[in-house]
Design a protein around this ligand. Structure first.
Ligand code: TRP
Length: 467
């Protein structure tokens, strides 16, 4: 079974799976927070440059490596004859592992909010921030903390559903749901955008997103935008290589890349233009600092002030839940594909074991949000060793170090060792000439690796803005 690789049944199947992987919590939960941190307009501008200039070439490269090697991420470099790059695959695999630990828990939070809008929207409306904190085990009014059992149970259910999908291989069902779910998510985002933009006080937020603060045009902002782009596009190794390996030879990798990247970016930017104005309108400039809960806290003010708000709220979190589910499944798929092929473990056993371990590690993430002062460790040359909350440390580790490192490894591999010509040949297997081959080769050889090296070095030496 292990040597007989699955293939996508149809072209739509692949695009939906890749877009399903890309569009997730990263777009709606992370992007607005990062856009805020990066000064709004400055971040947006950098993000929109990074996607076509670095993100697209990187995605194309990962898909090409996957299809050429017909292998999971760790073995693909060896199969293409370059054992020295195996570490890149390992880092990529570890990225997926760490991300899934917390991603599945945030999926649990979303599930909690689906239930909240179904049963107690009044409670959410009356104190959005307090409700969010209470979910995470912190009673702001009394100043006491407790073990957030309810939300942990929700996270457990979320992880269990993902494991079920992976074990039963019901990706078909997911594909079918995606066909309706994705356009529906997009539509509801447009409705929310109109409502959020017309709330009193929202203009401040729109201005924030559209004006460029010169102070924020810095390497730090660039690093945040770069890692966010990779995160949002599901790059940084494990998944697009695996998906590429399931892609039939006649598929046009170039066109698929452009399509998936465009869809993903549209959703992210739209979410930014909903949530940032909503934050300004509902929490006011003082509440703006409360980053992590953007997608949960600020939207309550939007739903409260629209007809049928409870229904829209319920629907929104349901669609977000689905987006999170398809992304988590893709993350777990990358992890499990490697373990089963490499160690010859059974698929069911591997899935249950890894999901169990990741769920438990994720509990530390949820608990360190507000309930317990669990600390992680961090280092840069400007601030030395610091001890940020564990939840932040987990995200910093993947977003600011491991994803850029992995991306760098892939770019250098494809640009200098495997050579862009091989990737171009892989693209042209579908029988269509790759018109942007020259631009692609230049970007993947020079621009992408240089940008990543400079950004990594600068942020290591000047320190990242720790919140
Ligand atoms: N791209 C997803 C999001 O935006 C998250 C994700 C899924 C991911 N698979 C990945 C990130 C693989 C990095 C690598 O929410």
């Amino acid at each position: 079974m292990e040597n007989n690789r699955a293939q996508w049944s149809s072209k739509v199947g692949f695009i939906l799976a890749a877009a399903g992987s890309a569009v997730g919590l990263g777009n709606i939960w992370k992007f607005p927070g990062k856009a805020f941190e990066g000064g709004g307009g400055a971040f947006l501008l950098m993000y929109l440059l990074i996607v076509p200039l670095i993100g697209m070439p990187a995605m194309l490269s990962e898909l090409a490596v996957g299809r050429a090697s017909q292998s999971n991420v760790v073995d693909s470099f060896r199969k293409l004859g370059h054992k020295g790059y195996t570490w890149v695959g390992w880092v990529g695999w570890a990225v997926a592992f760490i991300i899934t630990c917390y991603y599945s828990h945030v999926g649990g939070w979303v599930l909690r909010y689906v239930a909240s809008y179904a049963t107690e929207s009044g409670k959410v409306y009356s104190d959005p921030l307090g409700y969010f904190y209470a979910m995470l085990g912190y009673d702001a009014a009394a100043g006491t903390t407790f073990f957030p059992l309810t939300v942990i149970l929700f996270a457990f259910v979320f992880m269990a559903v993902c494991a079920f999908v992976i074990i039963k291989g019901v990706e078909d069902g997911i594909e079918r749901f995606n066909k309706v779910g994705m356009p529906a998510l997009f539509l509801i985002l447009i409705v929310l955008f109109v409502r959020a933009a017309t709330l009193p006080g929202a203009a401040e937020g729109l201005k924030y997103m559209l004006s460029i603060d010169a102070k924020k045009v810095s390497p730090q902002t660039f690093l945040i935008a770069l890692s966010q782009a990779f995160y949002s596009l599901s790059l940084g190794m494990s998944i697009m290589v695996t998906y590429g390996s399931y892609l039939p030879r006649h598929e046009n990798i170039g066109r698929n890349t452009a399509l998936v990247c465009t869809m993903d970016t549209l959703v992210a930017v739209l979410a930014g233009f909903i949530i940032i104005p909503a934050v300004f309108a509902t929490l006011g400039p003082d509440g703006v600092g409360k980053g992590g809960g953007f997608a949960f806290v600020s939207l309550a003010g939007v739903f409260e002030h629209m007809p049928g708000g409870v229904f829209f709220g319920f629907l929104f979190y349901l669609l977000l839940l689905f987006a999170a589910l398809t992304s988590t499944v893709s993350l777990i798929e990358g992890i499990v594909a490697f373990l089963t092929e490499h160690l010859h473990w059974g698929r069911t056993f591997t899935t249950l074991l890894t999901c169990g371990v990741m769920f438990l590690i994720g509990c530390l993430y949820t608990c360190s949000q507000a309930a317990f002062p669990l600390k992680g460790i961090w280092f840069d040359f400007a601030n030395g060793v610091t001890f940020p909350p564990l939840c932040d440390a987990m995200e910093f580790l993947t977003d600011r170090i491991m994803i850029p490192l992995c991306a760098l490894g892939t770019c250098v591999f494809v640009g200098w060792t495997w050579k862009p010509e091989s990737a171009v040949a892989e693209v042209e297997r579908c029988g269509v000439k790759f018109k942007l081959a020259k631009a692609y080769s230049f970007l993947i050889k020079f621009i992408a690796p240089l940008a990543i090296i400079v950004i990594l070095a600068v942020s290591l030496f000047t320190g990242t803005t720790l919140s």
